[in-house]
Design a protein around this ligand. Structure first.
Ligand code: HEC
Length: 271
């Protein structure tokens, strides 16, 4: 460096800082706030965990094909032996929020946190867009635990404990003894609340509120509402459409009936 002019030195220093900054920005961080676990971990730290394995996901919900990942079993992600209860909330970069019961995460569906390696990036979810990384919750045997596609959050930024949605937002509770509406509440929280609010209640605002100012059970004919939930593009379609379809494999006809019973009940008790 001796003899180098000051402006040139400053120039080199700036370039070095910019490089360091770029390297830092490329290293994604996951925020964990579950039970007694409060920490921020980098991708490299997660990948260095000795419990990381290569797993094969036969029917990947987001990529619609078999995938292989470097991944950490859910049980190895948390440092404590204390059982985590209630819900665990996965917040994605785009505002998608999945609230998944801890019992399901610890259960027969076999949840793993897939981690996208810097040197082996995953494919884009949609042409030209980002991948499901850097952190993505996948399941090895989802059918064993009735895991819905909305319970595969991707682009995860934060994982936190939360009380179940309907306890945090009592305005989601149907005030009726009708069993169908009560069951429908759980169909709603598992499949719809990751994007929608209802009565202003919920964690996500990707889609419109499903009861305020009006319920879709009021402004859609029932057969079109059923079609819309099954396959939104069959009712109306455009390039930026976001709402996914729910086939009978994901949402049985009985569950759709319960969901509509719930939405009709909520239309009657709008605050
Ligand atoms: C991944 C996010 C996502 C999920 C999950 C989702 N939706 Fe949607 N939904 C949207 C978005 C966004 C729109 C607005 C239209 C669009 O962009 O596709 C929408 C639109 C709708 C509409 C039309 C509302 C209107 O006034 O036009 C209804 C009804 C609806 N969703 C019901 C549901 C139900 C019921 C579920 C659960 C079974 C559900 N949605 C799950 C994102 C989602």
């Amino acid at each position: 460096m001796q003899g180098m002019s000051l402006p040139r030195r400053i120039g080199m220093l700036t370039a070095a800082l910019a490089l360091a900054g770029a390297a830092f920005a490329q290293e994604p961080v996951l925020e964990i706030d579950v039970g007694a676990n409060h920490r921020q971990v980098t991708r490299a730290e997660l990948l260095a965990n000795p419990a990381v394995r290569t797993i094969a996901v036969t029917d990947d919900v987001s990529y619609h094909r078999p995938m292989r990942y470097r991944a950490l079993p859910w049980s190895a992600l948390l440092h404590t032996a204390d059982p985590v209860t209630g819900d665990v909330q996965f917040t994605a970069d785009d505002g998608f929020v999945a609230n998944i019961p801890a019992a399901q995460l610890n259960g027969a569906g076999q949840a793993w946190l897939a981690i996208e390696p810097a040197k082996a990036p995953w494919p884009a979810l949609k042409a030209g867009g980002p991948s499901a990384g850097p952190f993505y919750l996948v399941w090895l045997t989802p059918a064993k635990a009735a895991i819905s596609p909305e319970q595969w959050p991707y682009q995860i930024a934060k994982i936190a404990s939360a009380a179940p949605l309907e306890l945090r937002y009592p305005q989601l509770l149907p005030k009726t003894g009708d069993d169908a509406a009560q069951r429908g509440l759980h169909v709603y929280t598992a499949n719809c609340a990751s994007c929608h609010q209802l009565n202003g209640a919920g964690d996500a605002t990707i889609g419109p509120d499903l009861n305020r100012p009006h319920s879709p059970t009021e402004y859609f004919q029932e057969d079109y509402l059923r079609k819309l939930v099954r396959d939104p593009a069959s009712v109306r379609n455009w390039g930026q459409r976001v709402m996914p379809g729910f086939s009978t494999a994901v949402l049985s006809d009985a569950e759709l009936n319960d969901l509509l019973a719930y939405l009709r009940q909520m239309a009657k008790q709008r605050p």
